[in-house]
Write a protein that binds this ligand. Sequence first.
Ligand code: MG
Length: 361
Amino acid sequence: MSPYAIREGVLTEREYPCEEHPWRTNFQRDRDRIVHCAAFRRLEYKTQVFVNHLGDNYRTRLTHSIEVAQISRTVGRALGLNEDLCETLALAHDLGHPPFGHAGEKVLQELMKDHGGFDHNEQTLRIVCYLEERYPHHPGLNLMKITLYGLQKHKVLPGGLSHSLEAQVVDYCDEIAYNNHDIDDGIASGLLKLEELDQVELWDEFFRKVKKAYPHASQLVQIRQTIRELTNFMVSSLLEKTRSNLYDYNIQTVEDVLYFGQRNLGKNLVEYPEEVAYKIKQLKHFLYEKLYYHPEIEATHEKSKQIICDIFGLLERHPHLLPQDYLKRGEKEGLYRTIADFIAGMTDRYAEKWLSRHLVR
Ligand code: MG
C-alpha cells in the first residue's frame, strides 16, 4: 500500500473497544460486518432505477453496490490504497436507501420535513451505528471511525478533516457504475433510444469507434462493448488525473490527505481531468432527462409515492402496527423517526405486502 493509504492505527478505533481478531484485520472485519447485516441482504429487493419486479436483468441496489465495490477495488489497487476499506464503503454506501429508489427517498423527505428530515446517507449511519442489532454488548455494527467517516458523504468531517482517498474513490466509482449500468438497463428496457444517445458526445465517440472496430458484431454486443470501453475510459481518466494531483500536491503521507482540504480549500485529490468531467456531466444530464424522468419511470414513481404515503399515514394514526422492536425504540426516538426507520428499511416488495395486509384490516 502507498504511504497515503489508510492503514491500521489511522482512525481505526471503535466506539466500543473490542479484542483484535487472531487472523482478520480490522478492515476485513468491517467489510464482513456489512456483508452479514440484514440491511445489506435487503438491497436485493430495493429499486435502483427500474422497480424490482419489472425484469430480472435490471440492476438492483445489491448488484449496483457489488459493481461499485468491484470498480472501487480496481481503482484502489491501482492507486495503492486500502482495497478492503474501499470495498466496505462501496458495499455499505446505499444501505440507507428507502424502497423504490429516488422516488421513495423524495417522498420520505417530504413526509419527514417537519420531523427532522430524511437523508439516505444519514440513514446508512443510523443503520450501522444503531438499527442493526446483532451484538450482545452494543447496538449497531461498531465499525471503525474511518469507516463511519467514509460513509458521511458530502459532509464536513469532525475537525475539518478531508475524506480518505478510499472514500473519495468510492464516491466516484458509484457514479461510474451507475452512469454505465443505467445506459445498459435503459437501452435494454427500450426507454433509451440509440438514436437519442447519439447526442451525448462521449457515447457517440465510443460507439462509432466500436462499430468501426467490430462491424460484424451484433448491435447488442456493440452496445455492451461500448459500455465496457466507456467504463474503462472513466476509470483510466480518474486514475490519470488523481495520480497527477498526488504528485503535484506532493502527497506523501496519509496526514497529507486528511489535512489536504484545510490547506487547499475547494480542491479535491480524486477527480477527472476537466474535459472528461464536462463530458460526463453531459451524459448525466442526458440520463436525467431521458431516463430518470421518463414518463414510464415517472408512472412507477407515482405508484411508489402513494404506497409510502399510505404506509406513513397508517402508522401515524395507528402506531401499534409497528413491530415490537420499533415500538420500543419509538419510546426513545419519537414516533416519526421510528416510522421513517421502519419504512426506509423496507424492500419494495415488503412495502407493498405490508400495505395490502394492513389496508384489508
Ligand atoms: Mg449508489
